[in-house]
Design a protein around this ligand. Sequence first.
Ligand SMILES: Cc1cc2nc3c(=O)[nH]c(=O)nc-3n(C[C@H](O)[C@H](O)[C@H](O)COP(=O)(O)OP(=O)(O)OC[C@H]3O[C@@H](n4cnc5c(N)ncnc54)[C@H](O)[C@@H]3O)c2cc1C
Length: 386
Amino acid sequence: MQSERYDIIVCGGGMAGLSLVYRALKVGVWSKQKILIVEKNRKDQNDRTWCFWQKEEDQTAFEEIIFRKWNDLLFFSNDGKEIKLDTGSYGYTMIRSIDFYKHVLSFLESHDQVRFINEEVKSVLNKVGDAEVITETATYNAKYVFNSIYIKPTLKPHDQYFLQHFKGIKIQTDEFKGDPSQINFMDFRTSQENGATFFYTLPFSQTEIFTEYTIFSKKLLTQEEYDAGIRKYINDILKIKNYKIIEEECGVIPMTDYSFERRSGNVINIGSAGGDTRASTGYTFLNTQKTISKIIHSFTENNHPFFKDEQISKKHKVLDATFLNVFDLGLYPGDEIFTDLFKNVKAKTVFKFLDSESSVIDDLKIMSSLKAKYFIGPFLKVLANK
Ligand SMILES: Cc1cc2nc3c(=O)[nH]c(=O)nc-3n(C[C@H](O)[C@H](O)[C@H](O)COP(=O)(O)OP(=O)(O)OC[C@H]3O[C@@H](n4cnc5c(N)ncnc54)[C@H](O)[C@@H]3O)c2cc1C
């Protein structure tokens, strides 16, 4: 079996792996490193869209490939009450994965020290002061391995493992009556029988609309069920009868309070595999970028990738775990939780909370917006299992 040595190996060339290499090279911190990216797919499909909220003054490394930005966000409760969200200086940003892959891969092609190979990783091993990656055809060694390959963890009995599952479609129509500068950030005007269920509707223009049917539950639906739910929403709520489907996206994002390992020796887990997915929402893009900032900062300052303080703090992990346990009991339905939250707290405070930047006062505002009696038992359970 062939064997090769690199300074850095990245397992999984998806959002986290490619972001890391791109950003480290952009700032010059890895200019002398020999880097290998091992990815099983070609990354030439628009397999997902990444959305996240972003303060006007904060920029990610990917400003030039932003596809759309919206500042007007609406929330609809299950009984049809509309709430115009006060997002302050936050906008809602969207990046299409195909633009991201093309942009990053063409940048990497111009760097001779980077090799991107299409192989399937079979194992990643931590060795003393070193790390090893084994594929079907070769063994690769490096000082540091960044792993973004997600494998469902072995859960402890008290761990929650919800799925955020969704099907989204992009449609073309002449019948859209809404305002393309406004999005339905969470629209609960749909049946809640399968768990917390909402639509997420992003108009790209007056004639192209993306709408996604999203459910937080432990069980997936059949394709027919997703399709029927989407048809009903487009007909009954968006009042569109004639449309053509031009793109489809399906996905499952784990929402779990399982404690992911950031690091095992010189193997550093990043992205969903490293715990960068927020358990209460599934949002991952921005948390991963913030983790990468910490890695790059550590390399710049200390010439190693290790860092101490996680982007998603312990406090926020406890609160997320509490939310999952409340969902699990089912006594306070998800649509009511989100309605109480957005009715009583400004969206900019909720975004601060979800970015792990909320103060104790912000956290108190959030907790007091909800029905406390449903949270006491789950909160104590989470603390007891920590
Ligand atoms: C459809 C969809 C939409 C999403 N939308 C959002 C959003 O709007 N906002 C947000 O914040 N988050 C979103 N997420 C969640 C999260 O941001 C994405 O899943 C994101 O891609 C996670 O980045 P990652 O690098 O951890 O994983 P990935 O991007 O999935 O990268 C992992 C890579 O590893 C490769 N791989 C897996 N196994 C192997 C193997 N054995 N050998 C070699 N390569 C392997 C995969 O092909 C993949 O390219 C979405 C997720 C999905 C599925």
